[in-house]
Write a new protein. Structure first.
Lengths: 42, 223
């Protein structure tokens, strides 16, 4: 796996990164809310 | 989901995941639905990823307790967050019971997954650990609990206990974590197809199916 990976699929899917689990919010859903796009990992 | 020894004609899928990661559980479910929709055979291998390696093995509390006590988050925010995750999981057909969950360090659970892999039961063990942690309230940091779960799958409990007590697969877990770092993986679930293509996060089933078709088509071009 020495070559860089080619990323496929939806770039806004849900992922846990450290203590943070992101829930992506489409721009048209909550354009005024800064905090809507993230939540902390249980 | 078909897993066989001959991988030459199957799409190879390497998945990095952690036992306490709700998106990994949801992602696994959607990935497997995607595989069914795709219709072809894949060869799946799970790899260890530690989201919170600083968590004590003997932490005595729920997920909410952990987030409030150790991360300093307000309880109301924690409850709202867990309700949202639970709702999304329910949409995927999963029953997440954060009120029962025992937050812990997942290192031993990962070691058990490597033991299961060595004995041909890795996929079953991945699924069993998700249900045990998220639905049934098992403490997956405790050796006794892990051994009992292994035995449920027909694995030798004495051998499982010995492997955990001797930390026989600790190096393999750490090697997985290092490999993830080398690949630039910062979050999970993370899916790698044929060592070349990657998908990050809990994607929809149809997305996984489309990616698998794309990978299969790329093979035809390469051939």
């Amino acid at each position: 796996m020495s070559e860089p990976l080619i990323l496929l699929g939806d770039a806004t899917a849900m992922v846990c990164d450290g203590d943070v689990c992101e829930i992506p919010v489409r721009v048209e859903d909550e354009p005024d809310s800064v905090d809507q796009g993230q939540q902390t990992d249980p | 989901l078909t897993v066989q020894a001959d991988v030459t004609e199957k799409i190879k899928v390497d998945i990095w995941s952690d036992v306490q990661c709700p998106w990994c559980y949801i992602g696994k479910t959607k990935f497997e639905a995607g595989v069914r929709a795709f219709g072809g055979d894949v060869h799946v291998t799970y790899h260890s990823f530690e989201l919170a390696p600083d968590t004590p093995l003997d932490f005595d509390g729920t997920s909410a307790d952990y987030l409030v006590q150790r991360k300093g988050l307000p309880l109301a925010q924690v409850n709202e967050m867990l309700e949202r995750v639970t709702g999304i999981a329910a949409d995927a057909g999963l029953d997440l019971r954060f009120d029962l969950a025992h937050q812990t360090n997942t290192i031993k659970a990962h070691e058990l997954l490597h033991f299961a892999k060595a004995n041909g039961k890795q996929l079953e063990m991945v699924g069993r650990l998700f249900v045990a942690y998220f639905t049934e309230g098992h403490h997956v940091g405790q050796t006794d609990e892990l051994v009992a779960l292994a035995a449920e799958l027909g694995l030798d409990p004495a051998a499982a206990r010995a492997a955990l007590d001797e930390r026989r697969y600790l190096a393999a877990v750490k090697a997985d974590v290092r490999r993830a770092s080398g690949l630039g993986i910062h979050g999970v679930p993370f899916f790698v197809f044929d060592d070349k293509y990657a998908v990050s996060g809990a994607q929809e089933a149809q997305t996984f199916a489309a990616v698998l078709e794309q990978v299969r088509d790329a093979r035809k071009v390469d051939a």
